[in-house]
Design a protein around this ligand. Structure first.
Ligand code: FES
Length: 126
């Protein structure tokens, strides 16, 4: 069996929602001290919905694929659903990650959590 699923390779080669969101109202940046990878998530939230999301990931292929898939999973969804996104759900949506690469999907979950926290603390205007 190949080490990485087709979906991981696809999201690594053609990542969705890459870049900076100029009008983001929730931004989260997290890193993994062991591997040194960094992930930044930008959220544009309106009416309690994730209207738009972009990411910048300085990291391994699994981290790029995980961030790409995570953005796809929360885009257009209510904030309450985005809050519940787990790294397991991201890995499952990618048809799995090798055990030693699961921490890459954790980074995606944490980046979204950090961006939602930023929104709650600084970006919310109601
Ligand atoms: Fe650290 Fe992938 S090796 S995020």
């Amino acid at each position: 069996m190949a080490l990485y699923s087709e979906k991981v390779m696809d999201h690594f080669r053609n990542p969705r929602n890459v870049g900076v969101l100029e009008d983001a109202n929730g931004i989260g940046e997290v890193g993994n001290a062991k591997c040194g990878d960094i992930m930044k998530m930008y959220l544009k939230i309106e009416d309690d919905t994730i209207k738009d999301v972009k990411f910048e990931t300085f990291g391994c292929g699994s981290a790029i694929a995980s961030s790409s898939m995570a953005t796809e999973l929360i885009k257009g969804k209510p904030v309450s659903e985005a809050r519940k996104l787990t790294n397991k759900a991201v890995a499952e949506a990618l048809d799995g990650l090798p055990d030693y690469k699961m921490h890459c999907s954790v980074l995606a979950q944490e980046a979204i959590e950090a961006a939602l926290k930023d929104y709650e603390e600084n970006g919310k205007k109601d």
